[in-house]
Write a protein that binds this ligand. Structure first.
Ligand code: FAD
Length: 476
């Protein structure tokens, strides 16, 4: 009899899981259960009537590495090549990234001359940080915060300014609590295997399964730093939805998973608000907290590990301006926590993706990112903070950092609650304990998604790929 696999959660991880299951020659019956009325999870684009795109979640995907290639392969298989908007290596959005430090914008060095000279906001040439790293002894801790790791290897200034800002841009998180081992596993391992991160990356990095396609070759030849899709990132979940529907995946939106239980036969009984779905195997693409809340009482040890994985909220403010010019051109700028803790940074969307500006003449689209690990302390309760407060913080930042005091022609405010999981110190232990529990109990349950081993869209898709390959390789 055909096996049934239930996929919980219709974000990109759940959709990618359905995609890999559905295109397999041994495809099981697949049922996707999503609590909200739409698919895509944090991938969410607003398209205005004139074709302008405003992203409320991810806006750019990196093509680099095995996980980047894996996503590009999927994009081609979905027939989206013509929709890809790349940012080639020689584009200002690829070369110019800024920090807002002590009241001024500073371009991060992108050439040798910028590294050997003292450039503000740094007090000495960055080449010294590189030399310090090359000469530092290997660390011995099983895990370390990102800040401690970088301070030990590259020095205090790089940790306080660059890494602090980077972690706010990528994880909306605090590098003084985030784990080096879990957030940047390749760099952590490079130190372990080669004593130096720089040596390790130069000698041992970049290996992955040999995947190739015309789109992957184009991305490599044109040195893309990232890419989006013409109709916004939401085009990806829409294409995935179309593909899996065609392959017979049963999709239920507005179907929150309430409770999981196992029948005497060993199959799962998934209680929804208005019924029960039975499945032989569950692939959970839910946030870890949501899965923990639906587990049966006897799975308490697993629930405890999952509950330890917390996520932070981000205020995303999209702004559109007519007839304004930015003082700089580039991808955007980040703000270190000592400058303004609840203002994470501003993305200059129109610079990277002018193809999403719409047809009503030139405009400037910006996104101001607020809150993250500092949401409650700086902005209040994400459940109750008035959108007007976030809008006014965003407009004030655009005025102060970029000198734009005009009123935006359009603004959209979203509070994305608990949207980015935080891999804090010791995260790896929760992952290992959860995996050991599943193995010991021989539970037909796989975990995929942003809560575990990478928050980027690429990581999410890759986790779906790995879990489905494992499942289809052997029947649990
Ligand atoms: P989710 O998107 O959270 O999907 C989980 C799904 O489960 C949701 O649809 C939810 O409704 C559903 N669900 C929850 N509870 C239940 C339940 N009980 N029953 C049924 N369904 C349930 N990544 C990049 O690569 N590049 C970027 O530029 C980038 N920028 C980002 C900007 C922001 C503001 C955010 C929030 C994230 C960004 N990311 C970026 C990260 C990336 O977008 C996310 O990590 C990724 O989309 C998460 O996908 P997911 O499917 O694992 O989880």
């Amino acid at each position: 009899m055909q096996r049934t696999v239930a996929v919980l959660g219709g974000g990109v991880s759940g959709l990618a899981t359905c995609y890999y299951l559905a295109r397999s020659p041994q495809a099981p019956k697949v049922i996707l259960l999503e609590s909200s009325s739409r698919l895509g999870g944090w991938i969410h684009s607003t398209r205005t009537e004139d074709g302008a795109v405003f992203e409320h979640g991810p806006r750019g995907i990196r093509p680099a590495g095995a996980v980047g290639k894996n996503t590009l392969l999927m994009v081609s298989e979905l027939g989206l090549d013509a929709d890809v908007l790349p940012v080639p290596g020689d584009h200002p959005a690829a070369k110019n990234r800024f920090l807002y430090v002590r009241g001024a914008l500073h371009k991060l060095p992108s050439s040798i001359s910028g590294v050997v000279r003292t450039v503000p906001p740094f007090t000495r040439p960055l080449v010294w940080s590189g030399l310090k790293e090359l000469l530092s002894p290997r660390g011995s801790e099983t895990d370390e915060t990102i800040h401690a790791f970088v301070r030990r290897r590259f020095g205090q200034e790089l940790a306080d300014i660059v890494i602090d800002s980077l972690c706010r841009g990528v994880f909306a998180g605090d590098c003084r609590t985030l784990s080096m081992r879990s957030c940047f596993p390749a760099l952590f391992q490079a130190e372990r295997s080669h004593r130096s991160v720089i040596l390790g990356m130069a000698l041992g990095g970049g290996k992955g399964p040999p995947v190739d396609s015309p789109l992957i070759r184009r991305a490599r030849d044109e040195r893309w730093s990232q890419w989006s899709l013409r109709g916004g990132m939401q085009t990806l979940p829409e294409a995935l939805e179309g593909f899996v529907k065609q392959r017979g995946v049963e999709i239920h939106c507005g179907a929150p998973v309430k409770q999981l239980e196992r029948a005497a036969s060993g199959s799962w009984k998934i209680a929804l608000e208005d019924g029960v779905v039975e499945a032989d195997h569950i692939i959970s693409a839910l946030p870890a907290q949501a899965l923990a809340e639906s587990l049966p009482g006897w799975a308490e040890p697993l629930a405890q590990e999952l509950l330890a994985i917390r996520a932070v909220s981000v205020g995303v403010v999209n702004l559109q301006y007519r007839d304004v010019h930015l003082p700089v051109t580039g991808f955007g700028h980040l703000v270190p926590s000592f400058e303004d803790s609840s203002l994470l940074g501003i993305v200059y969307d129109s610079v990277a993706f002018p193809g999403q500006d719409g047809s009503s003449g030139p405009c400037m689209r910006l996104t101001v990112m607020l809150g993250g690990a500092w949401f409650t302390s700086g902005l209040g309760d994400p459940d109750t903070v008035p959108h007007a407060v976030l809008l006014s913080r965003a407009k004030a930042a655009v005025k102060e950092h970029l000198g734009v005091s005009a009123e935006p022609s359009l603004s959209i405010v979203k509070v994305q609650k608990a949207c980015i999981p935080q891999y804090t110190l010791g995260h790896w232990k929760h992952i290992e304990s959860a995996a050991a529990y599943l193995e010991r109990q021989k539970l037909p349950l796989s975990l995929v998604g942003a809560s575990y081993e990478g928050v980027s869209v690429n990581d999410c898709i890759s986790s779906a790929h790995t879990a489905t390959a494992k499942l289809l390789g052997h029947v649990s």
